[in-house]
Design a protein around this ligand. Structure first.
Ligand code: BTN
Length: 291
């Protein structure tokens, strides 16, 4: 006898997929919007569709949102672990043909931070950007905790390339184990006590899509000043990982989004590829930890 079939879990209607589509379609014509109750990873799913998909929709722009990821991924092969309903996790996939790719994660981070924490003359920013891909919740003493991250992956060698921009943002407070969250844990509820994942998505999605189109047309330049206003590392002593690990004082970014480091032996330029950056006093991220 066949095993009884269970219906796949259905996502909560609060996501407002049609409203999201109405906002995105003018910016990314042909886009599809999909909300899943769960998936391994929204980035992995969209990359797999682009590589193996046979439907025309597999190569149209797509916003894929997951209420829960079973195997969310962060940069540098780290896992990105969230509790069901506790975070906003989505990926936006689209074809892109910018003149250069350097700084795309900074443009994305700037767009997300500006949408969630609009610049306000006089008021200090609540969200900072830690080069190259982290959003941090800032405290009054100039420190902070990780609020979210961006994972950008591409597929195919032809131009335009298929780009998957994955975004994870903590929304609800949770008990954190300091050994797991080496950079601390910040969440949107600390800025807005009513924050929800669907509301945060509705806030960021159109600015993100517009930022991707602007980056494609004009590169990092239109974002440089806004990034600088949120640059968490500037003026701080940092250590980079990777083959050419270096310690120096961060001094902003260049036009390609590389980090400038004032080291004892002169100015070094660090490009984001396989590098992670630790602030002085911050522990190395333990294996198997994402945020
Ligand atoms: C990082 O901080 O290292 C990046 C985290 C990116 C997480 C997001 S959640 C949606 C998308 N799907 C994934 O598996 N990862 C990204």
């Amino acid at each position: 006898m066949d095993a009884p079939r269970t219906a796949p879990p259905t996502p909560h209607p609060a996501w407002g997929a049609r409203e999201l589509w109405l906002r995105l379609a003018p910016v990314l014509p042909g886009i599809g919007v999909e909300v899943l109750a769960e998936v391994d990873s929204t980035n992995s799913e969209l990359l797999a569709r682009a590589r193996h998909g046979r439907r025309a929709a597999d190569l149209a722009p797509c916003l894929l949102v997951a209420e829960h990821q079973r195997a969310g991924r962060g940069r540098l092969g780290r896992p990105w672990r969230t509790l069901p309903g506790g975070a906003l996790t989505f990926s936006l996939a689209l074809p892109m043909a910018p003149r250069g790719w350097g700084g795309l994660s900074l443009a994305v981070g700037t767009a997300l931070a500006d949408a969630l924490d609009p610049p306000d003359d006089g008021a200090p920013s609540r969200i900072g950007i830690k080069w190259p891909n982290d959003l941090w919740l800032l405290d009054a003493r100039g420190g902070g905790r990780k609020l979210g991250g961006v994972l950008i992956e591409t597929s195919g060698a032809v131009v335009p390339r298929w780009v998957v921009v994955g975004v994870g943002i903590n929304v609800l407070p949770r008990q954190v184990d300091a050994t797991e969250f080496s950079t601390g844990y910040g969440c949107l509820r600390e800025i807005d006590p009513h924050a929800t994942a669907p509301a945060a998505l509705a806030t960021v999605v159109e600015p993100l899509a517009r930022a991707l189109r602007l980056f494609e047309a004009d590169g990092l330049a239109p974002f440089a000043a806004r990034f600088a206003a949120r640059d968490l590392l500037r003026g701080r002593t940092v250590t980079t990982s990777g083959a050419e690990g270096a310690t120096g004082v961060a001094d902003g970014i260049d036009e390609d989004g590389a980090l400038s480091l004032r080291c004892a032996d002169g100015l070094r330029r660090v490009s984001s590829g396989e590098v992670s950056v630790r602030l002085a006093g911050e522990r190395a991220t333990p294996a198997g930890s994402a945020c």
